[in-house]
Ligand binder design. Sequence first.
Ligand code: ADP
Length: 458
Amino acid sequence: MLLAYSWVLVACFLCFQYNREKQYKAELLDGQLQIYNAHLIDALANDTLDFSKVEKQMPLAGMRVSVIGSDGTLLFDNTLDKLPGQNHLGRHEIAEAMVRGHGYTVRRHSAVNDQTYFYSATKNGDIIVRSAVPYSLTLQEVLNADSSFLWFMLVVTLVMSVAGYFATLKIGRTITRLNRFAERAERGERIYYEDAFPHDELGSISHHIVRLYAQLQQTMNERNREHSLALHEQQEKTRIKKQLTNNINHELKTPVAAIKICLETLTNHPNLSENQQRELLRQCNEHNERLINLLNDVASITRMDDGAANIEKADINLAELVRHVVSTVKTDMHISLSLPEIMPINGNRSFLDSIFRNLIDNAINYSGGSQITIVLESDTAKYYTISVADNGSGISPEHLDRIFERFYRVDKGRSRTIGGTGLGLSIVRNAIQLHGGSIQASNVVSGGLKFVFTLAKH
Ligand code: ADP
């Protein structure tokens, strides 16, 4: 398009220039003839013009000189012996001279003497003097425009076209790339930012557009991913909450039913012996304890589910907290502590307390061993790694991964009798996670169960 446009422009310019030059040359010749006409007019006015000598004094050979009256009649013509009676006012150069004082015709065939001439006419008062040069091949060449100019312009245009073609080719490539990018963006394909555009202005703009788009796409993808993750998390939370509610219902039924039976028996059988009544009240109390434990554990779990943001943390000496828990536990087992005097941690006192209390209570209730060992395994800038182990029976490997699940019990009967809710280890794991750590359980080779967990100091 651009090339065609340039060529049309150059063609128009050349056409105009060509005609302009032809006109200029004709005017140049006309100018010279006008001077000659003026000379003849002067001679006529001074009455010094000798018509018989006109031919001899002509500046060019074969010239025709005519004198025409203002009514159009031919008064003198050096090429004619007999003057024709034709009116000459219709001749172009004469008509022009009548209006403007002078005029010329580049080429006209004269029927009177059967010759083609270049005419130039000048009017002065009542007469018009007209001189004419035969339109020969030489004159035609003189009057023609200079063709070297045309060739020069043609070569220049050609060179500029080739240069322009290569210059636009570069721009074209950038535009093609940009177009391909737009198509891919429209199809929703993933756009990766690549430095593949030429280092010119258009390339730089394209480069910025693609980079901006790639960044936008990445941000949107990340937002979508985060959104779906949040959605998944939300769904998971709802599912767990529902499961918890179902489990709580189930867990509540047994103690509530047992309390009901005890109370009904007491009410319906007033004649029971004092021992029997005491036994029923003891059972009532035991089930009530279970209910309280369950409600406490559920409260803890719910608090933890609400998230870390709602949990208050303070600077605590963990070693002192563990020693305090150990001192309040009633057991025949020997508890050995291998902790430094001071273990600073920023944490929640009640949750840290329940971690150690649950692990120690479990070892007492389920291990059947005689020894509990609490050791600080490692102390790095960020974490404490602590182990709580017993020397009891341990648990079969298939249960190891599941004991942290809510309401999961290895030995259901024993757990219930002891007053366990099946939530203890789940609370432990949640509390550890809220302190930036994790927990694993494994069986000790020499016997017993060992829990190893980390706690972030801050
Ligand atoms: P609960 O609240 O009923 O005590 P937990 O979640 O604390 O339940 O424990 C889950 C199960 O893991 C228990 O039912 C018990 O069978 C088993 N368990 C926990 N700690 C030990 C241990 N030290 N030795 C043997 N078994 C254990």
